[in-house]
Design a protein around this ligand. Structure first.
Ligand SMILES: Nc1ncnc2c1ncn2[C@@H]1O[C@H](COP(=O)(O)OP(=O)(O)OP(=O)(O)O)[C@@H](O)[C@H]1O
Ligand SMILES: [Mg+2]
Length: 266
């Protein structure tokens, strides 16, 4: 017996809402959402196309050169490998953001996260990333102070702020990472750098997805503009707040403030 399915390809009448019948604020909001959606698709496509174009260029070189030099081959493979890592990073960040932005704001795990242990490991990573730039990176963390929340999300938050400090601080600069409790029981995590700084007009938009102060310079450093959007969402899910202080040419301080209800200590 042959089953025949007819797939509906046109929008049903109920879905076909006439925008003109809606109040102006609702119309404006729907248009805004549509703009956000199309900007997002354009940004994702653009960011993924860039490394893809580089990989395709190298592949074309390989196809056209019958017997390329071993040294050249090696350089090409390294470049292609790095671009593929870049694409994987972008996709990973997008998946993480989609998860964090989902309707359900509940955190997957709620345990007392030992912040100091995570920061120690991230501090070592930061020194590795800094490499030749030889930043002076210091960590000052209270070992007996914990945040109740998701360890993986908090690691991502700390990592994004620390990596930013390394990326946007010139060689030899100072980076201080702090974790402490204030007199009201709030937890303060901060990263202070002596980097390039951010001018005040950019700060209100800096946590938007794909927002970068200097697109060319940021992309050069491997930036997509998703890191601070992730930070914002992790904070939202942990009832925290983000405070940014910055001065062009002098440096920046990013502070995450966690409510006393999420903090425990020994
Ligand atoms: N510590 C900092 N000093 C100066 N500028 C910064 C600092 N942190 C962030 N910025 C600016 O804010 C922008 C957004 O930061 P964000 O972390 O969201 O993106 P990114 O670092 O460009 O890319 P990604 O984190 O996705 O790899 C950066 O492009 C940079 O212009
Ligand atoms: Mg970043």
């Amino acid at each position: 017996m042959l089953d025949i399915f007819l797939i509906e390809t046109t929008m049903s009448k109920q879905n076909n809402i006439n925008l003109d019948t809606l109040p102006q604020e609702v119309k404006d909001y729907i248009r805004h959402l549509e703009q956000v959606r199309s900007d997002f698709v354009a940004n994702v496509s653009h960011e993924l196309r860039t490394p893809l174009t580089v990989i395709r260029g190298y592949l074309e070189t390989l196809i056209n050169h019958k017997n390329p030099d071993k040294k050249i081959l090696n350089r090409i493979f390294i470049q292609m490998y790095q671009q593929s890592l870049r694409m994987a990073d972008i996709i990973e960040d997008l998946l993480l953001l989609a998860h964090l932005e989902s309707e359900d704001h509940t955190i997957d795990e709620n345990k007392d996260v030992v912040v100091k242990d995570i920061l120690q490991a991230l501090c070592m990573d930061a020194k590795n990333i800094s490499g030749e730039k030889k930043h002076k990176i210091s960590l000052n963390a209270d070992a007996g102070l914990f945040i109740c929340g998701s360890e993986s999300e908090l690691r991502s938050l700390f990592s994004n702020l620390i990596v930013n400090a390394v990326k946007y601080t010139p060689a030899g600069g100072r980076i201080n990472i702090d974790w402490r409790r204030d007199q009201n029981g709030y937890g303060h995590f901060s990263v202070t750098d002596t980097g390039i700084g951010i001018s005040s007009e950019h700060i209100p938009r800096i946590t938007e997805r794909f927002y970068r102060v200097d697109k060319a310079r940021s992309r050069e450093r491997g930036g997509t503009g998703l890191g601070l959007a992730i930070v914002k969402h992790v904070l939202l899910r942990h009832d925290g707040k983000l405070q940014i202080e910055s001065e062009i040419g002098k440096g920046s301080k990013f502070t995450c403030i966690f409510p006393a209800a999420r903090i425990s200590f020994t």
